[in-house]
Design a protein around this ligand. Sequence first.
Ligand SMILES: Cc1cc2nc3c(=O)[nH]c(=O)nc-3n(C[C@H](O)[C@H](O)[C@H](O)COP(=O)(O)OP(=O)(O)OC[C@H]3O[C@@H](n4cnc5c(N)ncnc54)[C@H](O)[C@@H]3O)c2cc1C
Length: 395
Amino acid sequence: MRSAVVVGAGIGGLSVAGALARSGWQVTLLERSDRVRPEPTAVVLWPNGVRALLALGLGAGLDAIATPLPDGGIRRPDGHWLVQPQALPADRMPVVVHREDLHDALIAGLGDRVELRTGVTVRTVRADAGERPAVGDGRQTFEADLVVAADGADSQIRQRLAPAAKVVSSGSAAWRAVIPWYRAPQLPTGQRVGGEVLGAGYRFVSASLGDRGSSGGSTRGGIYWVATAAGAARPEPPETQLALLRRWYAGWPAPIGELLEATDPADLVQQEIRELRPLPRAYGFPAGPGGVVLLGDAAHAMPPHLGRGACLAFEDAATLAGLLRESTLPDAVAAYDRVRRPRAAGMVRQTRRMSAVLQARGRLALRARDAALGTLTPRLINTAATNAAQWRPPT
Ligand SMILES: Cc1cc2nc3c(=O)[nH]c(=O)nc-3n(C[C@H](O)[C@H](O)[C@H](O)COP(=O)(O)OP(=O)(O)OC[C@H]3O[C@@H](n4cnc5c(N)ncnc54)[C@H](O)[C@@H]3O)c2cc1C
């Protein structure tokens, strides 16, 4: 039986560990935290992410927990439309899912064939031609035919195998929250959640998770919002961060004020936005009978402006699982590297263009941005949507 060690039980690690176990691999999943726990936020899944989950055999329960996310257009803080909402064909419609629901589905997908070891912080990796690949935490060594580094943006494994790729700040921070339906504001007729508002260095996006009062598969419905602001993450306690957000977004189109008012400090998740620059020189490192591969944010952490990181992690997992079914182990490691690097590089290029648009500040830059937004953003979003709609897992 072939064996794999997967490092990191985020969504990337959980999805690949389950897929390998279901294909008959013996899998050990190592996680540094004491508990495998998702953030209490949500995630937008584009058609590529959904298709990858289907290929991983995890699509069955998705309908029950996913809410379609129609295009809500882009407005300026004064309410002026920069990009009007447009009707999306079904094959381009993203969905939004509570991360805890997604996580439950991924955990269920592990079955009883994955040995999950929590409280293990991987610090070393061995990837030499003559020996089986291995990782260690300073006390124990975990050897296998294949090591999957799904240990996130700060990946220790990547730092050792591709040290030139550094995690750097993108110059902004994000705040997210899900306001559960029982606390969500009742909006007057004509006002609705959804879409995006774009100011000078500030951005606010919202989406509904299910319908108020609906009894779908998820009990975690509510209103999800993400606010991005130029500058560093704030060191103050959540109450102060929330007060700052309410000040920054005061006067922005309804229902932003109402949503921030209804948010509890305990709902708030703050995160510095970071990215890998440059991307790693390789995603596959041959060793012994197989090798080490980088997956998810460990391979291609990028700003979330196009909301693609998790979708790419699912693509990585589906691609790796598919290649391992079709080829010998060394061929699969080489093919994974060949296929995934250009794919991630293309997505990172699009995200960087979007970053430049979103981070425009100063009157001239803003005027140029607003003028360009009408054509540039739909083009960027369209390219990204086409890209997402066209992706297929290896057969
Ligand atoms: C504000 C924001 C909004 C986003 N929105 C979207 C969206 O709408 N759609 C989308 O597709 N993507 C989105 N993303 C991106 C997405 O969240 C990430 O790309 C995705 O979560 C990465 O998953 P991962 O499993 O690769 O890494 P992580 O989630 O970082 O998981 C890594 C795991 O490895 C563990 N670990 C780390 N180091 C070690 C070690 N040394 N030893 C053992 N374990 C270790 C960690 O504890 C963690 O459990 C967003 C990101 C942000 C910041």
